[in-house]
Design a protein around this ligand. Structure first.
Ligand code: NCD
Length: 311
Protein backbone atom coordinates (compact mmCIF):
# COMPACT_ATOMS: atom_id res chain seq x y z
CA UNK A 1 0.00 0.00 0.00
CA UNK A 2 1.13 3.56 -0.69
CA UNK A 3 2.45 5.36 2.40
CA UNK A 4 -0.05 8.22 2.80
CA UNK A 5 1.28 9.12 6.26
CA UNK A 6 4.90 9.99 5.49
CA UNK A 7 5.91 13.18 7.38
CA UNK A 8 2.34 13.79 8.59
CA UNK A 9 1.45 15.17 12.04
CA UNK A 10 -0.90 12.98 14.08
CA UNK A 11 -2.95 15.48 16.06
CA UNK A 12 -6.54 14.27 15.80
CA UNK A 13 -8.11 11.04 14.56
CA UNK A 14 -10.33 13.22 12.37
CA UNK A 15 -7.48 13.18 9.84
CA UNK A 16 -7.68 9.46 9.07
CA UNK A 17 -9.35 7.72 6.15
CA UNK A 18 -10.27 4.03 6.06
CA UNK A 19 -7.24 3.50 3.80
CA UNK A 20 -4.91 5.14 6.34
CA UNK A 21 -6.25 2.84 9.04
CA UNK A 22 -5.87 -0.21 6.81
CA UNK A 23 -2.26 0.83 6.13
CA UNK A 24 -1.50 1.25 9.85
CA UNK A 25 -3.12 -2.10 10.70
CA UNK A 26 -1.23 -3.92 7.96
CA UNK A 27 2.02 -2.40 9.15
CA UNK A 28 1.18 -3.18 12.81
CA UNK A 29 0.59 -6.83 11.86
CA UNK A 30 4.06 -6.88 10.29
CA UNK A 31 5.55 -5.29 13.42
CA UNK A 32 3.93 -7.97 15.57
CA UNK A 33 5.59 -10.67 13.46
CA UNK A 34 8.97 -8.93 13.63
CA UNK A 35 8.78 -8.54 17.42
CA UNK A 36 7.62 -12.11 17.96
CA UNK A 37 10.34 -13.49 15.67
CA UNK A 38 13.35 -11.40 16.56
CA UNK A 39 12.40 -8.64 19.00
CA UNK A 40 12.78 -5.86 16.44
CA UNK A 41 14.61 -4.57 13.37
CA UNK A 42 16.79 -1.66 12.32
CA UNK A 43 14.58 0.26 9.94
CA UNK A 44 14.81 3.49 11.96
CA UNK A 45 18.53 3.28 12.69
CA UNK A 46 19.92 6.82 12.67
CA UNK A 47 16.52 8.36 13.43
CA UNK A 48 15.68 9.90 16.79
CA UNK A 49 12.39 10.24 18.67
CA UNK A 50 11.96 13.10 21.16
CA UNK A 51 9.26 12.31 23.73
CA UNK A 52 8.21 15.52 25.48
CA UNK A 53 5.73 14.70 28.24
CA UNK A 54 4.27 17.61 30.24
CA UNK A 55 1.70 15.38 31.98
CA UNK A 56 2.09 12.09 33.88
CA UNK A 57 2.36 8.97 31.76
CA UNK A 58 3.65 5.45 32.10
CA UNK A 59 2.17 3.25 29.35
CA UNK A 60 2.01 5.72 26.47
CA UNK A 61 5.49 7.03 27.20
CA UNK A 62 7.11 3.62 27.63
CA UNK A 63 5.20 2.25 24.66
CA UNK A 64 6.61 4.93 22.34
CA UNK A 65 10.10 4.46 23.76
CA UNK A 66 10.06 0.70 23.30
CA UNK A 67 8.51 1.09 19.83
CA UNK A 68 11.39 3.34 18.73
CA UNK A 69 13.99 1.08 20.31
CA UNK A 70 12.56 -2.03 18.64
CA UNK A 71 12.93 -0.20 15.31
CA UNK A 72 16.59 0.50 16.01
CA UNK A 73 16.13 4.24 16.54
CA UNK A 74 17.39 6.60 19.23
CA UNK A 75 15.36 8.31 21.94
CA UNK A 76 15.27 11.53 23.91
CA UNK A 77 12.95 10.44 26.71
CA UNK A 78 11.69 13.44 28.70
CA UNK A 79 8.94 12.30 31.02
CA UNK A 80 8.52 15.23 33.40
CA UNK A 81 8.98 18.34 31.31
CA UNK A 82 8.38 20.47 34.37
CA UNK A 83 11.93 19.62 35.42
CA UNK A 84 13.37 21.02 32.18
CA UNK A 85 13.80 24.62 30.99
CA UNK A 86 10.01 24.79 30.98
CA UNK A 87 10.40 25.53 34.71
CA UNK A 88 12.34 28.64 33.71
CA UNK A 89 9.44 29.83 31.57
CA UNK A 90 10.41 28.58 28.11
CA UNK A 91 7.54 28.60 25.63
CA UNK A 92 6.25 25.42 24.00
CA UNK A 93 7.28 26.79 20.60
CA UNK A 94 10.87 27.38 21.73
CA UNK A 95 11.12 23.95 23.33
CA UNK A 96 9.79 22.25 20.21
CA UNK A 97 12.02 24.40 18.01
CA UNK A 98 15.05 23.19 19.93
CA UNK A 99 14.10 19.52 20.10
CA UNK A 100 13.38 19.33 16.40
CA UNK A 101 17.08 20.06 15.89
CA UNK A 102 17.91 16.91 17.84
CA UNK A 103 15.28 14.58 16.46
CA UNK A 104 13.25 13.32 13.48
CA UNK A 105 9.87 12.91 15.15
CA UNK A 106 8.35 14.45 18.28
CA UNK A 107 5.77 12.89 20.58
CA UNK A 108 4.11 15.32 22.94
CA UNK A 109 1.70 15.08 25.87
CA UNK A 110 0.41 18.31 27.35
CA UNK A 111 -2.39 19.42 29.71
CA UNK A 112 -3.85 21.93 27.24
CA UNK A 113 -6.20 21.11 24.36
CA UNK A 114 -4.55 22.35 21.19
CA UNK A 115 -0.97 22.12 22.49
CA UNK A 116 -0.04 19.31 20.10
CA UNK A 117 -1.35 21.32 17.16
CA UNK A 118 0.70 24.30 18.34
CA UNK A 119 3.77 22.06 18.60
CA UNK A 120 3.15 20.80 15.06
CA UNK A 121 3.06 24.37 13.76
CA UNK A 122 6.40 25.02 15.45
CA UNK A 123 8.08 21.87 14.08
CA UNK A 124 9.15 20.91 10.60
CA UNK A 125 9.25 17.24 11.70
CA UNK A 126 6.17 15.10 12.36
CA UNK A 127 4.50 15.65 15.73
CA UNK A 128 2.39 12.96 17.38
CA UNK A 129 -0.21 13.94 19.96
CA UNK A 130 0.08 11.63 22.97
CA UNK A 131 -2.78 13.42 24.72
CA UNK A 132 -3.63 17.14 24.76
CA UNK A 133 -5.74 17.88 27.83
CA UNK A 134 -9.28 16.53 27.50
CA UNK A 135 -9.17 16.85 23.71
CA UNK A 136 -7.66 13.79 21.99
CA UNK A 137 -5.27 10.86 22.27
CA UNK A 138 -5.07 9.47 18.73
CA UNK A 139 -2.57 6.64 19.21
CA UNK A 140 -4.60 5.16 22.07
CA UNK A 141 -7.67 5.11 19.82
CA UNK A 142 -5.69 3.51 16.99
CA UNK A 143 -4.54 0.70 19.25
CA UNK A 144 -8.06 0.32 20.64
CA UNK A 145 -9.60 -0.05 17.18
CA UNK A 146 -6.75 -2.35 16.12
CA UNK A 147 -7.50 -4.51 19.17
CA UNK A 148 -11.25 -4.59 18.47
CA UNK A 149 -10.57 -5.39 14.83
CA UNK A 150 -8.28 -8.24 15.77
CA UNK A 151 -10.95 -9.77 17.94
CA UNK A 152 -13.99 -9.42 15.74
CA UNK A 153 -12.30 -9.16 12.29
CA UNK A 154 -14.50 -6.10 11.67
CA UNK A 155 -15.96 -3.10 13.47
CA UNK A 156 -19.16 -3.22 11.46
CA UNK A 157 -22.34 -4.39 13.22
CA UNK A 158 -20.78 -4.30 16.68
CA UNK A 159 -22.40 -2.69 19.69
CA UNK A 160 -19.68 -0.68 21.34
CA UNK A 161 -20.31 0.72 24.81
CA UNK A 162 -18.17 3.51 26.23
CA UNK A 163 -18.45 3.96 30.00
CA UNK A 164 -17.32 6.60 32.49
CA UNK A 165 -15.89 10.06 31.88
CA UNK A 166 -16.94 10.76 28.32
CA UNK A 167 -16.61 14.52 28.80
CA UNK A 168 -12.94 14.77 29.78
CA UNK A 169 -11.73 11.35 28.57
CA UNK A 170 -9.57 12.10 25.54
CA UNK A 171 -9.24 8.47 24.49
CA UNK A 172 -12.99 8.14 23.87
CA UNK A 173 -13.04 11.35 21.80
CA UNK A 174 -10.35 10.00 19.50
CA UNK A 175 -12.09 6.62 19.46
CA UNK A 176 -15.43 8.12 18.38
CA UNK A 177 -13.81 9.70 15.30
CA UNK A 178 -12.37 6.35 14.27
CA UNK A 179 -15.64 4.49 14.82
CA UNK A 180 -17.29 6.98 12.43
CA UNK A 181 -15.19 5.45 9.66
CA UNK A 182 -17.03 2.12 10.10
CA UNK A 183 -20.61 0.94 10.50
CA UNK A 184 -21.03 -0.12 14.12
CA UNK A 185 -24.55 -1.23 14.97
CA UNK A 186 -24.80 1.15 17.93
CA UNK A 187 -22.45 3.24 20.03
CA UNK A 188 -23.77 3.21 23.59
CA UNK A 189 -22.61 6.07 25.82
CA UNK A 190 -22.88 5.40 29.55
CA UNK A 191 -21.94 8.26 31.87
CA UNK A 192 -23.20 10.35 34.74
CA UNK A 193 -25.14 13.35 33.36
CA UNK A 194 -22.24 15.67 34.34
CA UNK A 195 -19.76 13.71 32.21
CA UNK A 196 -21.62 13.20 28.95
CA UNK A 197 -19.91 12.98 25.57
CA UNK A 198 -19.54 16.50 24.04
CA UNK A 199 -22.50 17.16 21.72
CA UNK A 200 -20.34 17.59 18.62
CA UNK A 201 -19.57 13.86 18.62
CA UNK A 202 -23.26 12.98 18.69
CA UNK A 203 -23.87 15.36 15.80
CA UNK A 204 -21.04 13.78 13.84
CA UNK A 205 -22.43 10.28 14.52
CA UNK A 206 -25.75 11.41 13.10
CA UNK A 207 -24.04 12.63 9.93
CA UNK A 208 -22.56 9.15 9.54
CA UNK A 209 -25.96 7.54 10.25
CA UNK A 210 -24.56 5.77 13.32
CA UNK A 211 -27.04 5.07 16.11
CA UNK A 212 -26.10 6.55 19.49
CA UNK A 213 -27.77 5.44 22.69
CA UNK A 214 -27.05 7.60 25.75
CA UNK A 215 -27.89 6.35 29.23
CA UNK A 216 -26.72 6.47 32.84
CA UNK A 217 -27.72 2.84 33.43
CA UNK A 218 -24.99 0.34 32.63
CA UNK A 219 -26.93 -2.77 33.63
CA UNK A 220 -29.66 -2.03 31.09
CA UNK A 221 -27.23 -2.11 28.14
CA UNK A 222 -24.40 -4.43 29.08
CA UNK A 223 -26.14 -7.60 27.81
CA UNK A 224 -26.26 -6.26 24.23
CA UNK A 225 -22.64 -5.14 24.19
CA UNK A 226 -19.78 -6.61 22.17
CA UNK A 227 -17.13 -4.16 23.37
CA UNK A 228 -17.29 -2.72 26.87
CA UNK A 229 -14.77 0.15 27.00
CA UNK A 230 -14.36 1.61 30.49
CA UNK A 231 -12.62 4.88 31.37
CA UNK A 232 -11.32 6.57 34.49
CA UNK A 233 -13.00 9.74 35.75
CA UNK A 234 -10.31 12.32 34.94
CA UNK A 235 -9.55 13.73 38.39
CA UNK A 236 -7.01 16.23 37.04
CA UNK A 237 -9.72 18.06 35.05
CA UNK A 238 -11.88 18.89 38.10
CA UNK A 239 -11.58 22.20 39.96
CA UNK A 240 -13.86 20.88 42.68
CA UNK A 241 -12.63 17.50 43.92
CA UNK A 242 -15.78 16.94 45.97
CA UNK A 243 -17.68 16.57 42.67
CA UNK A 244 -15.02 14.17 41.39
CA UNK A 245 -15.45 12.04 44.52
CA UNK A 246 -19.19 11.68 43.97
CA UNK A 247 -18.65 10.57 40.36
CA UNK A 248 -15.47 8.49 40.37
CA UNK A 249 -17.03 5.15 41.23
CA UNK A 250 -20.47 5.59 39.69
CA UNK A 251 -19.72 2.64 37.42
CA UNK A 252 -17.62 -0.22 38.71
CA UNK A 253 -17.23 -3.41 36.71
CA UNK A 254 -17.14 -6.49 38.91
CA UNK A 255 -18.27 -10.10 38.69
CA UNK A 256 -21.92 -9.07 38.63
CA UNK A 257 -21.48 -7.00 35.46
CA UNK A 258 -19.41 -9.76 33.85
CA UNK A 259 -22.31 -12.18 34.38
CA UNK A 260 -24.47 -9.93 32.20
CA UNK A 261 -21.82 -9.50 29.50
CA UNK A 262 -21.95 -11.72 26.39
CA UNK A 263 -19.63 -14.73 26.32
CA UNK A 264 -17.69 -13.41 23.32
CA UNK A 265 -17.58 -9.75 24.37
CA UNK A 266 -14.37 -7.95 25.37
CA UNK A 267 -13.69 -5.67 28.34
CA UNK A 268 -11.25 -2.84 27.56
CA UNK A 269 -9.70 0.10 29.44
CA UNK A 270 -6.94 2.51 28.30
CA UNK A 271 -5.49 2.40 31.86
CA UNK A 272 -4.60 3.50 34.45
CA UNK A 273 -7.68 2.24 36.28
CA UNK A 274 -8.50 3.57 39.71
CA UNK A 275 -11.23 1.21 40.79
CA UNK A 276 -13.56 1.28 37.73
CA UNK A 277 -12.72 -2.36 37.01
CA UNK A 278 -12.35 -4.59 40.05
CA UNK A 279 -9.27 -6.81 39.99
CA UNK A 280 -11.55 -9.81 40.60
CA UNK A 281 -12.37 -9.81 36.87
CA UNK A 282 -8.76 -9.59 35.64
CA UNK A 283 -8.53 -13.31 34.92
CA UNK A 284 -11.81 -13.42 32.99
CA UNK A 285 -10.90 -14.35 29.39
CA UNK A 286 -12.89 -11.34 28.16
CA UNK A 287 -10.64 -8.90 30.08
CA UNK A 288 -7.97 -7.70 27.65
CA UNK A 289 -6.87 -4.37 29.17
CA UNK A 290 -3.70 -5.71 30.80
CA UNK A 291 -2.70 -7.93 27.92
CA UNK A 292 -3.68 -7.49 24.26
CA UNK A 293 -4.49 -3.80 24.49
CA UNK A 294 -1.09 -2.93 25.98
CA UNK A 295 0.87 -5.16 23.60
CA UNK A 296 -0.96 -3.84 20.57
CA UNK A 297 0.02 -0.31 21.62
CA UNK A 298 3.64 -1.11 20.84
CA UNK A 299 2.88 -2.65 17.41
CA UNK A 300 0.64 0.25 16.41
CA UNK A 301 3.20 2.84 17.55
CA UNK A 302 5.98 1.00 15.74
CA UNK A 303 3.83 1.08 12.62
CA UNK A 304 3.07 4.75 12.98
CA UNK A 305 6.67 5.78 13.67
CA UNK A 306 7.96 3.84 10.68
CA UNK A 307 5.28 5.27 8.37
CA UNK A 308 5.87 8.88 9.48
CA UNK A 309 9.64 8.74 9.32
CA UNK A 310 10.44 6.34 6.50
CA UNK A 311 9.09 6.65 2.97
C1 NCD B 1 -5.17 7.70 29.16
C2 NCD B 1 -4.81 9.16 28.99
O1 NCD B 1 -3.73 9.59 29.38
O2 NCD B 1 -5.65 9.84 28.44
N1 NCD B 1 -4.07 6.92 29.54
C3 NCD B 1 -3.31 6.37 28.55
O3 NCD B 1 -2.60 7.05 27.84
N2 NCD B 1 -3.44 5.07 28.32
C4 NCD B 1 -6.36 7.45 29.99
C5 NCD B 1 -6.37 8.02 31.38
O4 NCD B 1 -5.40 8.60 31.86
O5 NCD B 1 -7.42 7.86 32.03
Amino acid sequence: MKNTLFQKDIISTEMFTRDDIALIFECADEMRTVVEKSGGNDILRGKVLAALFYEPSSRTFASFITAMQRLGGGIIPLNGMKHTSVAKGETLEDTVGVFEQFSDVIVIRHPESGAAAAAARASSHPVINAGDGPHEHPTQALLDVYTIHQHFRSIDDLTITLVGDLLYGRTVHSLMNLLFLYHPKTIVLVSPSQLKMPAEYNREAKKHAIAIHETDSLDSVVGETDVLYVTRVQKERFDDLSIYKTLKHRFVIGRQTMKLLKKDAVLMHPLPRVGEIASEVDDDTRSIYLSEQVKNGVYVRMALLSLLVKK
